[in-house]
Design a protein around this ligand. Structure first.
Ligand code: ADP
Length: 502
């Protein structure tokens, strides 16, 4: 039996009374059938504060038996039409209510997110939490705008389509934007009339669980949203394999995405995958260099670089390579790394020891392959916590391991290029295709390069903009299916063609 965590110590520096109250309220449970219940096995696992490596809370370790029960409830709820046949105006109101509750609890949720994930409080409070509320609000609007079509048919026929929910959706999310990822998954699925079973990442379950409480407070019918915390193999794999789950939506590593796809074959689930990236961020000499430097800094150091669309390969034209990498390095050096609860902190720790070890492994590999860590290149000098210094590698070749594999840490690999063709060629020379950026004042070059890049999102003269109104997803091994915008509706509905003989 694990020891009861000391919230005072693990969450020191936290100020929000509701966040502390949530942490102190005992082991976290699973949300199944409208109730909070322990895992059937009785097992729990620890979730840590990565800034001080102490245990914040014990969390129920759900597995196959819990998933089976949640699926039975979900199926019942879906077939009874508690949600799927509710009037769309009413569904809108529920989703708006969830958005409002997130806003009302924004300080609390931001603090929980920072404690559990390590991201800076300014990012949690200004991006993650408001972003989650906006996503619910955006999809609240769609619930009343999901149309079928009438088809131009023979006068003796009336032919039309219905756009119907898919059914029971299993949603497996990562730890890098815990509440935001929960909102990207739950909000569109609910807008379309589905019921969902969410599995948060084992490293960061807290805000999803608090969201579960808010969803109950909003009054959604029982079993429309259920939450199973636990590990990938166990809770996650049981969702991917389950014969009575109709759709699985996954965000995470490409490696696990492939496992999910295989596991889903048993009952031919609908599958959408948002996977890794190694996104090229291309800087031409005619760019606004100051803006490009700042944008590139955000592109790789935001959220400690634990971003699937991070601009981890910074391509700089040869003529400006030294000057640009100097400025980027200076900016990186100026980032305040430390206690993520401090509003002045720009970079907190990485999420876990595993991730810390992984990133340090890449720093070593980069040096061994001959790249030069112009700044950083080592763990942080804090006594505790999974800190890594913001790192800019120069002298990187696109063939090196640090340019080919997703590091998921604050590590920029700066690669020189000769001309536009070379930039596009090298930029596309990757197995991934999630995002890309181009910085130039030449409007025609900007759009030509945007067309040539094989990526699901291209930013021109900016980096990292993500908005619920616009689609997000990958080319190549970055996955398939587009989330956000109206495209998420494709993921959570299916079309029924109806022919009527008049
Ligand atoms: P990371 O490598 O960044 O931790 P993962 O892809 O391993 O990302 O994890 C993303 C999510 O997928 C987490 O919720 C995790 O528990 C889950 N997961 C991991 N392995 C599996 C698996 N074999 N089947 C289903 N889900 C899994």
């Amino acid at each position: 039996m694990a020891a009861t965590p000391s919230v005072e110590s693990a969450a020191r520096g936290a100020k929000n009374p509701s966040a502390l109250q949530f942490l102190k309220s005992g082991p976290k449970k699973l949300l199944i059938g409208g109730k909070w219940v322990p895992a059937k096995s009785g097992k729990t696992f620890e979730t840590l504060n990565p800034a001080n490596e102490e245990v914040l809370a014990l969390v129920a370790e759900g597995d196959k038996a819990d998933v089976d029960e949640a699926v039975r409830n979900a199926r019942k709820a879906f077939e009874e039409g508690k949600w799927s046949t509710m009037g769309p105006h009413q569904r809108t109101r529920f989703l708006l209510k969830i958005a409002d509750l997130i806003d009302q609890h924004a300080d609390e949720l931001a603090e929980l997110e920072t404690l559990d994930n390590g991201k800076s409080i300014s990012e949690s409070r200004n991006m993650d939490i408001p972003g989650a509320a906006e996503t619910f609000r955006y999809y609240a609007g769609w619930a009343t705008k999901i149309y079928g079509e009438t088809n131009p048919s023979d006068p003796g026929m009336f032919s039309y389509t219905l756009r119907e929910p898919i059914g029971v959706c299993g949603q497996i999310i990562p730890w890098n934007f815990p509440l935001m990822m929960a909102s990207w998954k739950i909000a569109p699925a609910l807008a379309c009339g589905n019921v969902v079973i969410l599995k948060p990442a084992e490293q960061t379950p807290l805000t999803a669980l608090r969201l579960g409480e808010l969803i109950l407070e909003a009054g959604l019918p029982e079993s429309v949203v259920q939450i199973i915390t636990g590990f990938g193999p166990g809770a996650g794999s049981s969702i991917a394999e389950h014969p009575d789950i109709d759709k699985v939506a996954f965000t995470g590593s490409t490696e696990v995405g492939k496992l999910i796809l295989k596991a889903s074959a048993g009952n031919l689930k609908h599958v959408s995958l948002e996977l890794g990236g190694k996104s090229p961020n291309i800087i031409f000499p005619d760019a606004d260099v100051q803006a490009a430097t700042f944008g590139s800094m955000l592109g790789i150091f935001m959220n400690q670089g634990q971003v699937c669309c991070a601009g981890s390969r910074v391509f700089v034209q040869e003529s400006m390579y030294d000057q640009f990498t100097d400025s980027l390095s200076k900016m990186a050096q100026g980032l305040t790394v430390g206690n993520p609860l401090d509003p002045n902190t720009r970079m907190g720790p990485l999420v876990s020891k595993e991730q810390h070890d992984r990133v340090l492994g890449y720093l070593k590999a980069g040096k061994e392959e001959g790249a030069n860590a112009k700044v950083g290149g080592a763990a942080g000098n804090q006594e505790r916590g999974y800190f890594v210094q913001p790192t800019v590698f120069t002298g990187v070749k696109n063939s090196m391991k640090i340019a080919r594999e997703e590091i998921f840490g604050p590590v920029a690999s700066a690669i020189p290029f000769k001309d536009e063709n070379d930039a596009v060629f090298q930029g596309n020379d990757t197995t991934y295709g999630l995002a890309a950026a181009v910085w130039t004042r030449d409007i025609s070059r900007a759009h030509k390069v945007a067309r040539a890049l094989k990526a699901g999102t291209v930013w021109i003269n900016t980096y990292g903009m993500v908005d619920p109104v616009a689609s997000f997803g990958g080319y190549k091994q970055s996955g398939f299916g587009r989330e956000l915008g109206k495209h998420s509706l494709e993921l959570y509905t299916q079309i029924k063609q109806v022919y009527t003989k008049l």
